[in-house]
Ligand binder design. Sequence first.
Ligand SMILES: [Zn+2]
Length: 135
Amino acid sequence: MKHPIRIRREILERLQAEARRQPAVECCGLLAGRAGVITTLYPATNVLASATRYEIAPEELFCLFRRMRAEGLELLGIYHSHPSGENFPSTLDIERAYYPEAAYFILSPVPEVVRPVRAFRICDGQVQELSIEPV
Ligand SMILES: [Zn+2]
């Protein structure tokens, strides 16, 4: 686990809360910040309302990117949850990792999980876990 990803402690806590808000549906959203530190979370709607897949509507994605730019922030991460099973990238997650420069956060709503928040770099079908450094 190289390349730590730095994230504000309160955002890390909010991620866990997001995953547990509707534990049977994959939650999703964007993470943004400055100078390599994630400072802001933008929750999005999973239009599929599915326990195994997520999709953000293009219009909502467009609005979120516009807000991010207006706030002078850059995209640093994309998060979603896995209501059941391991919070590790699925085959579909790997296929659809369209933002190789972003950290893919995968959350588990299950309280007993040792690491309910994990982060990965997904590039050209390769998955590398990132260590998460709360700041
Ligand atoms: Zn997934």
